[in-house]
Design a protein around this ligand. Structure first.
Ligand code: HEM
Ligand code: HEM
Length: 181
């Protein structure tokens, strides 16, 4: 089923919450790992972080194609032009950031000469060490994560505004409900 105005498809709802909640967890996990002291425990945590990150990349790619084929959900409230533009810009940024975070992580690892594995299965062998590419990957991953967090906060605030102030069904619809307004 495709997305409809009064009801979103199961694919949209499942991908939204699966990816969204995993991303929030991965941002917190990454910041926590960053503060750990170097050692085998940190190495093991980075391994888990990388494994989950690659799986997020697979889900995020599926979602990108789903959105390109399906368009974004139609707004329920009458919105001003700038509000419609802002919502669209935030949704696109969130989608692209969900791809940019794992891709920059993979670049950083690969250019650092480290393999990328998903729970023990190598999906990409480490390349020759390349400091420039490693720095580009690290900068995108690190600065990108802070920008991502700021945009997620704006996104959640907008969802709560729709629910509590506009009192429309935007949040309920993303929770899988059928809505009429
Ligand atoms: C869902 C996608 C991902 C998110 C949201 C995410 C988030 C983060 C964050 C917030 C940090 C801390 C950055 C900082 O403050 O400098 C981090 C560190 C890191 N991430 Fe990711 N990451 C993701 C995917 C990946 C992937 C796919 C890889 C590699 C294959 C990866 C490898 C790393 C590495 C190596 C570090 C540095 C740890 C350290 O040196 O202390 N990440 N990540
Ligand atoms: C607990 C936190 C979250 C809440 C309450 C929430 C709520 C919502 C709601 C209500 C919509 C529907 C908007 C509409 O109908 O126009 C939506 C759409 C969207 N959200 Fe979230 N969201 C959350 C977390 C996230 C996170 C972390 C991401 C980033 C990966 C994200 C990415 C998106 C995207 C890309 C859309 C557009 C529709 C889609 O592709 O699924 N959300 N969100």
């Amino acid at each position: 089923m495709k997305d409809q105005r009064e009801r979103l498809s199961r694919t949209t709802v499942i991908l939204h919450w699966l990816i969204g909640l995993t991303i929030i967890g991965m941002l917190a996990f990454g910041l926590w790992i960053e503060d750990m002291e170097r050692g085998p425990e940190k190495g093991a945590m980075i391994g888990i972080h990388k494994s989950i990150g690659v799986l997020v990349l697979v889900a995020a790619t599926l979602r990108l194609f789903w959105r390109l084929g399906n368009g974004f959900p139609v707004a329920l409230s009458v919105m001003k032009l700038w509000e419609r533009f802002a919502a669209h810009a935030v949704h696109w940024t969130l989608l692209l950031a969900t791809l940019a975070m794992p891709l920059s992580g993979i670049l950083m690892s690969w250019a650092g000469g480290h393999d990328v594995a998903v729970f023990g299965f190598t999906v990409l062998e480490g390349g020759e060490k390349n400091e420039t590419l490693g720095t580009i990957g690290h900068t995108i991953h690190s600065i990108g994560s802070k920008v991502f967090i700021a945009i997620i906060v704006i996104h959640i605030a907008a969802a709560l505004k729709h629910h509590f102030i506009n009192k429309d069904g935007t949040l309920r619809r993303m929770l899988g409900r059928t809505v009429d307004t």
